[in-house]
Ligand binder design. Structure first.
Ligand code: AMP
Length: 355
């Protein structure tokens, strides 16, 4: 067990790191944030901050020297420099990062565990692109194999001709058939150092332009009907990775008469997740607290929901001066991340209502 009072390292300096650091502080830990960006909203609520590049091995080694355990809030941290971290310090460990950073690798991993992804093709060279799209069929989505998030690095394709002339980046692309889903949902679980697993209720997630807009509980019946299977896949993934911490798997619920029928795996995030923010006020133990408990080897908290109906809305882009309007509802829990610049599509905060 890593005793309260110890320092937890967090790779990445955004809102997930900020909420992790706040949960860590509640349990008596200190946090040391490592981020290449100097305006870190996680560092604002942490004891220490190292601002250095991901590839700066000397800075990473020095950072590691101050931490009893290191976790990450951002799954695109380059893996190679993390070799300087002493063995066993990173939780979840490097396998989870390597798997989740590559859309093709994560789909194959889930398929090997018995899960199902939308039909897809990996594309490594320019010459393969049009043929792959014709083989999988249209409409579909072309995605960068690596480094995409919040709808970035994705293009909807209505016909193979649209892809003519597209240059395939070195890291490759993946082309996926468009899933005609009834609902999107996420399985969020936490796995402890002893292998114990707890899972939160699954919300229905609504995205626009690839960005999560809101998560609501209870999810519709179709999600409930596919949940056992989806949870089995998520837990199998966590077990296979020897995972420690919070793991999120996103799924599409498809209609019974859909050729894909059942839960279709979309992607996994080896970290706390936006669709789990409701757990701060809506569950006995939040995803952030349980992540800290897991990586520190503490017993896991109960994941039960505290109400039958819970909703979380993201505040995206220019949300200035909405505070009074939101807080006019006395049930609203407002979270603002302290970001100064409200760029389009940027997550600035969220609001949760329980019950
Ligand atoms: P991703 O970054 O892969 O999670 O994609 C962001 C969002 O785009 C998803 O949550 C879906 O709303 C949508 N999307 C991604 N891939 C597909 C797909 N194969 N079929 C339908 N919608 C998709």
């Amino acid at each position: 067990m890593i005793a309260p009072g110890s320092t937890i390292g967090i790779l990445g300096g955004g809102q997930l790191g900020r909420m992790l650091a706040m949960a860590a502080a509640q349990l008596g830990y200190k946090c040391h944030v490592y981020s290449p960006e100097k305006d870190s909203i996680a560092a604002e609520v942490s004891a220490r901050f190292t601002c250095a590049e991901w590839h700066d091995r000397a800075a990473l080694a020095e950072f590691a020297g101050t931490c009893a355990v290191i976790t990450y809030e951002f799954e695109n941290v380059p893996v190679a420099p993390l070799a300087v971290l002493p063995a066993g310090l990173l939780a979840p460990d490097i396998r989870a990062l390597e798997t989740a950073q590559d859309r093709v690798r994560e789909k194959r991993f889930i398929e090997e565990l018995g899960g199902r992804a939308a039909p897809y093709a990996a594309i490594d060279t320019d010459g393969e692109l049009v043929g792959a799209i014709e083989r999988i069929g249209t409409p579909g989505i072309l995605k960068t194999r690596r480094d995409g998030y919040d709808g970035k690095g994705q293009w909807r394709i209505a016909s193979a001709r649209e892809a003519e002339g597209v240059r395939v980046p070195n890291a490759g692309l993946v082309y996926e058939a468009l899933v005609r889903f009834e609902a999107e949902f996420s399985v969020i679980l936490v796995r402890g150092r002893d292998g114990a697993v707890r899972v939160w209720d699954s919300p229905r997630n609504v995205h626009e332009g690839g960005i999560l807009m809101h998560s609501t509980l209870p999810a519709p019946a179709i999600v409930g009907a596919q949940l056992i299977q989806a949870r089995q896949i998520a837990q199998a993934a966590a077990d296979a990775l020897g995972y420690v911490g919070v793991l999120t798997c996103e799924f599409f619920a498809t209609a019974a008469d859909d050729p894909l029928g059942g839960p279709v795996f979309n992607e996994m995030a080896p970290r706390v997740h936006n669709s789990g923010h409701w757990t701060i006020e809506g569950a006995v133990t939040s995803q952030f607290e349980n992540h800290i408990r897991a990586i520190c080897g503490l017993p896991l908290g109960d994941t039960a929901s505290l109400a039958g109906a819970i909703e979380m809305h993201n505040l995206i882009g220019d949300v200035a001066a909405q505070e009074s309007e939101i807080l006019a509802d006395p049930r609203a829990h407002l979270h603002l991340y302290g970001k100064v610049e409200a760029r389009e599509g940027r997550k600035m905060g969220h609001v949760t209502r329980v019950g």
